[in-house]
Write a protein that binds this ligand. Structure first.
Ligand SMILES: *Cc1c(COP(=O)(O)O)cnc(C)c1O
Length: 382
């Protein structure tokens, strides 16, 4: 069975050895736009591509505003800052995520609260969240929700659209609204993914993206925040540009800001990559379909896009019956030139977050031992 799988994957990526998990494709206007930046000398934080990229990203996602920044982690950090999350607060997130989500919460100094994921979406579970809040939180007369045990305000909830599969974000939206908890979507992995025909990242007060080298589209390092709130968009831009008050020559900064603005060089790459996003998505969906049919025949569970969703299939994944089988699969594929990876170690198991409060995490625990990501790059030719 493992040999068949290795052969099948090799057939999809002919001539590559080893086959990476996800590599970028620069087959559009990348070099042209980069050359324009260099010739114009506008390579840094000022330049037409930054504004152009923000405009195009807002258009693509249907958000009113997009603000570019240096990477997805910075985007999450500044999203929470601008939402007013405080050091004394608790922030809900899922244990099955990349470290960046939790690190950004830690930069604020806030406390993590881990709620389980759903088995089909791999994202934060609305049912588990609802039950946890019902049992462990209370909404006070000031309108905010507090944790019964620690007395901390639960100010924000940051679900993540795992591997590009949208979570049940409209239900999370309803629950967060009822408890007056700010919803910020970590859409780092889900550019091009839609839930009920709306782009991921547009359900919360804000959504954040990453354009790191391993993501669906990339500019080396980059990120962005989208929102429909004009005040917030202005504040995010202010915070990401050292909180400098606009003036023809004076250097006035009215609060502690951050050097989080995306450089023009990276924005030029993003403009070129966005132009190719739809063709990349098509290519990735074809691959997902091939994988789905192949694994179905083998009796192995391929993680399909959840209901009501259109997934970007950033990283394709399969679910193996148990940890031993998974480890054998990982060994055989990696020994034979096919890069595969297990899912992240759950965040609540890491040294820094092991004291954090958790709900019941049965699903995340099960997925941790069974999920494997398989090569998912856009294929160069048919
Ligand atoms: C990639 C990623 C980020 C952000 O990563 P950067 O490398 O800082 O751009 C954040 N959250 C998740 C879930 C990610 O996968």
């Amino acid at each position: 069975m493992y040999k068949d799988t290795v052969d099948f994957i090799k057939k999809q990526f002919p001539g590559q050895n080893p086959i990476p998990l996800h590599e970028p494709r620069f087959i559009g206007n990348e070099k042209k736009y980069l050359a324009e930046c260099i010739d114009s000398t506008y390579v840094s934080s000022v330049g037409k591509y930054v504004d152009e990229f923000e405009k195009r990203l807002a258009d693509y996602t249907g958000a009113k505003y997009a603000v570019a920044c240096v990477n997805g982690t910075a985007a999450l950090h500044v999203a929470m800052l601008s939402a007013g999350v405080k050091q004394s607060d608790m922030v809900i997130t899922q244990p099955l995520s990349f470290i960046a989500t939790c690190n950004a919460i830690a930069y604020i100094g806030a406390t993590h609260l881990f709620i389980d994921v759903d088995m089909d979406t791999l994202g934060l579970s609305p049912d588990k969240l609802k039950q946890y809040l019902h049992e462990n939180a209370e909404k006070k007369s000031n309108g905010f929700t507090y944790h019964k045990k620690t007395g901390q305000k639960i100010s924000a909830c940051v679900p993540m659209h795992t591997f590009g599969h949208p979570c049940r974000i409209d239900e999370l939206q309803t629950i967060c609204a009822a408890y007056n908890i700010i919803l910020i979507e970590d859409a780092a992995e889900s550019i091009g993914s839609f839930y009920k025909n709306k782009h991921t990242g547009t359900f919360g007060l804000m959504g954040t993206f990453s354009f790191n080298g391993n993501k669906t589209i990339t500019c080396g390092g980059g990120g962005a925040i989208i929102t429909n709130n004009e005040e917030l968009a202005k504040r995010i831009k202010h915070l990401t540009t050292q909180a400098k008050v606009p003036h023809r020559w004076d250097f006035i900064h009215d609060e502690i800001g951050y050097n989080y603005r995306m450089p023009n060089l990276n924005a030029a790459l993003m403009c070129a990559q966005l132009e190719q996003l739809n063709s990349f998505l098509e290519n990735k969906r074809e691959l997902a379909k091939l994988y789905q049919d192949f694994f179905q025949e083998k009796g192995i569970k391929f993680m399909n896009e959840p209901v009501n969703s259109k997934s970007n299939y950033w990283l394709c994944s399969i679910s193996l019956p148990d940890k031993n089988t998974r480890d054998e699969f990982l060994k055989h594929t990696n020994d034979n030139g096919v890069m595969t990876r297990p899912v992240w170690v759950l965040m609540n198991k890491l040294e820094m977050f092991k004291e954090a409060l958790c709900g019941n995490l049965d699903n995340a625990l099960m997925l941790q031992d069974s999920l494997v990501n398989i090569p998912s790059s856009v294929r160069s030719s048919g």
